[in-house]
Design a protein around this ligand. Structure first.
Ligand code: SF4
Length: 357
């Protein structure tokens, strides 16, 4: 096997077609690529010696020229109050990223990252406060799933949400390719109907995703129906206003025949007023949709200042009343429980600090 850069070829992140081509280039039959796909992505093998249907010569050749994993598992933290686990991974260039598994009855959802840090600076999010370092590669995105699956003692990971560190649609090409690997017809582990991309709202990319062959669910981090409020807590709204995102979401739901999810983190006196209920009712009538209400989780571990420091959670009683008011208007609403607050693994809390670097 040739490797022009004299570096080993990273297998995780290669599609089925690329694995087939790799085998054909190396005078192996095409079906060896299918077998390699199966070993890596379905059987979660991380050692070439376990690929027992390969001749020994091929295993040795692969060992010499290729590596399987894109990430190293550094640490797992377990919540004392829920079953949530937080995984800390390091990349080949010594960057750190986090993923979280949230078990819930029959389901276990893995929240994965797409960037090291995030450039969007949402005021309610710890990742935004840590700044942006770089995009993750395809291998680094998908390996969070494969390594977390291999190191999860609670059963099978049934759902994936792209809702960890970073904005997936700002790393569009790698996000799309990672989805195509997860949803390849040979991939047997997770159904595309159980994969959700969560975005702060990049309208052009939402439309591109709708036009792609990948059919997954889409969630918009909404947090307010009002442009001025949203711009204050999510500066990306200045460049990509909510109105443009709503148009893009309408296009997405129509094209993919899916229902949009609006993520709504509740902030005292910012977005928990009667006019916010009215705004949500009007918005939800524009497309098939549901609302996920998320209690605001503390970002005190990032020592926030400015607007971030002023944000206060809505009380739980008020959250329940807010959700009830929406349900009375026939809006589908879920109120998420906070999971993993004690290990800074809850929604909006992921960040690399001097404590976990
Ligand atoms: S909420 Fe998402 S998009 Fe906004 S700063 Fe955090 S990681 Fe980035």
């Amino acid at each position: 096997m040739e490797n022009e850069n004299n570096k080993k070829i990273l297998l995780k992140g290669l599609s089925l077609d690329e694995l087939r081509s790799l085998m054909i280039e190396n005078k192996q039959p095409k079906y060896r690529g299918d077998q390699l796909f199966n070993w890596i992505y379905n059987r979660l093998v991380t050692n070439f010696d376990e690929m027992i249907n390969f001749p020994k010569t091929l295993r040795e050749e692969l060992k010499d020229k290729c590596v399987i994993n894109a990430l190293n598992l550094v640490d797992i933290q377990y919540s004392k109050t829920t079953g949530t686990r937080k995984y800390l991974y390091s990349t080949a260039d010594e960057r750190k990223i986090e993923s979280v598994i949230i078990p819930d009855d029959e389901r276990a959802t893995l929240c994965i990252s797409t960037q090291v840090g995030c450039p969007l600076d949402c005021k309610l999010c710890a990742t935004g406060l840590m700044g942006y370092k770089r995009n993750l590669t395809v291998g680094e995105i998908i390996d969070q799933y494969y390594l977390s699956s291999g190191n999860y003692d609670g059963g099978v990971i049934t759902n994936i949400v792209y809702m960890g560190m970073g904005e997936p649609l700002l790393n569009y090409a790698n996000t799309l390719k990672s989805l195509s690997i997860f949803t390849d017809e040979l991939a047997k582990r997770v159904s595309r109907t159980r994969i959700t991309i969560s975005t702060a709202g990049i309208p052009q990319k939402i439309k591109e995703l709708a036009d792609s062959q990948v059919r997954v669910k889409l969630a918009l981090s909404l947090h307010s129906c009002f442009e001025d409020v949203r711009s204050r807590i999510m500066p990306v709204n200045i460049k990509y206003p909510l109105k443009e995102n709503i148009d893009a979401l309408k296009y997405y739901t129509k094209k993919t025949k899916t229902r949009a999810t609006f993520e709504y983190t509740m902030l005292k006196d910012v977005n928990d007023r009667q006019e916010d209920i009215d705004g949500l009712v009007t918005l939800c009538k524009k497309m098939p949709s549901k609302i996920n209400i998320i209690p605001f989780n503390s970002i005190a571990h990032m020592s926030p200042d400015g607007i971030s420091a002023s944000l206060v959670p809505t009380s739980y009683d008020k959250i329940l009343a807010f959700a009830d008011a929406l349900r009375q208007k026939n809006i589908t609403v879920m109120v998420r429980e906070t999971q993993g607050n004690d290990i800074a693994a809850a929604c909006g809390q992921l960040a690399i600090t001097k404590h976990n670097n």
